[in-house]
Ligand binder design. Sequence first.
Ligand code: 13P
Length: 253
Amino acid sequence: MGRIPFMAGNWKMNRTVAEARELVREIKKAIAGVEDVEVAVAPPFTALYAVRQEVEGSSVRLGAQNLYWEEKGAYTGEVSPLMLKEIGCHYVIVGHSERRQLFGETDETVNRRIKAALAHGLAPIFCIGETLQEREDGKTFAVVERQIEGGLKGIGTGDLGHLVIAYEPVWAIGTGKTATPEQAEEVHRFIREKVKILHSVGFAESLRIQYGGSVTPENVKGLMAQKDIDGALVGGASLTSKTFAKIVRFREL
Ligand code: 13P
């Protein structure tokens, strides 16, 4: 059974409510008729409700960019899994490198967020990836292994639900410097093998592993031709309907 390709747009801290509505309307139009690729968008929290209204009845799925692990309480500035569920989120990005680097996220807090997401029926898009320094020091596999073990700690295979892993080498994010398809595939294969050992062959074979980091219509086809690359988590190029739709329609390129 093949894995259905999954393209997700991480809008990061971009788009007001009005802009988000317009962008998602354009995306819907531009990807009309595509049936063999799953598509999701992850707008900022403030635009989730509006985007949910726009995607209702379409195949575009909604994702959030983060969540907190408690359901409610005195956690000023945080958003709970219950709130994301109510608003119609299917996915939630967890452990993005920007959160790890700029907001103190650790493997342990990532683990708590993944558990909370799964407990509430949200599918985490679990982000991992090495920095340039770590790659140059030959630590890529060790870092990715530590992130997987830490992020999935204490979670049984049967509880992983529709978890997705996104491999995003930090040096490739927003830099225009993508990993070559071979560089990416090498790490994707390693991730799948690791998940086989930690969980099961069956789960690992059905697990979708996205690549992220300067994905564009120009490089998506080469990446998607790799055996263990099942989709993309797209930043910059997801903010324009035309480029995002080309990525979604990678087979037609
Ligand atoms: P860019 O596509 O802008 O490099 O961002 C990638 C990313 O961080 C997606 O989560």
